[in-house]
Write a protein that binds this ligand. Structure first.
Ligand SMILES: Cc1cc2nc3c(=O)[nH]c(=O)nc-3n(C[C@H](O)[C@H](O)[C@H](O)COP(=O)(O)O)c2cc1C
Length: 194
């Protein structure tokens, strides 16, 4: 049975290394039997989370749409930079709002619970965004996701991609391929929609 896999870049920046890495993951996963799609946070603008706003207005429609998409997945690949050794606010805010969604089409929903999550990061620095992924791991676990130990780090990302946005380094490519394989395998065996 084919599985639904969603790729979520944690940066909306034009020229983002993480969006390039997400595109590479998309190319790798597209040749599998999975149904692969991608969500871009620029397409789902959200206010900064505010409890008073939520009490007055409810959860914004974009968060509900994201929750609906995420709830339909077997696996999620988050490809995100680190900001000050942690999770970028754009991504954290989107996750926080999405975690507030309780129902989709009148059905109770916990968008991240039981979801198989893989993590990847590209960074211009030496550590490849490793510390940011630890922060994302904590958040995803708190929401009940099955976060895979295996991850993909692309350090020195400014030199890491060619003019077509393809990974230059075989080690990085092999690591991303292995992560995508593992994500698919795990989503097949642990799927909450099995
Ligand atoms: C507020 C801020 C904090 C950052 N902190 C880190 C950091 O802790 N480690 C790191 O490797 N890069 C850090 N960077 C640099 C980002 O990795 C770099 O801007 C990267 O290009 C962002 O990812 P993107 O290319 O996918 O947009 C930081 C950038 C900003 C704007």
């Amino acid at each position: 049975m084919s599985r639904n896999i969603l790729i979520l870049p944690g940066s909306a920046r034009l020229g983002s290394y993480n969006r390039k890495l997400a595109s590479e993951a998309m190319r790798i996963l597209s040749v599998s039997d999975a149904v692969v799609s991608r969500i871009d946070l620029a397409d789902y603008p959200l206010p900064i989370y505010d409890g008073d706003f939520e009490a007055d207005t409810g959860v914004p429609q974009n968060a509900q749409l994201m929750a609906q998409r995420i709830a339909a997945q077997d696996g999620l690949l988050i490809v995100s930079p680190e900001y000050n050794a942690s999770i970028p606010p754009l991504l954290k805010n989107a996750i926080d709002w999405t975690s507030r969604v309780r129902k989709v089409h009148e059905r109770p929903v916990q968008p991240f619970k039981g979801l198989v999550v893989g993590l990847a990061s590209a960074s211009p620095g030496r550590f490849g965004g490793m510390r940011g992924l630890e922060a994302i791991r904590l958040v995803m676990r708190a929401l009940g996701a099955e976060v895979m130990t295996q991850q993909c780090l692309v350090p020195r990302a400014a030199e890491g991609f060619d003019e077509d946005g393809r990974l230059r380094d075989d080690v990085a490519r092999t690591s991303l391929e292995a992560l995508c394989d593992k994500l698919l395998d795990t989503a097949r065996s642990l799927s909450r929609n099995a």
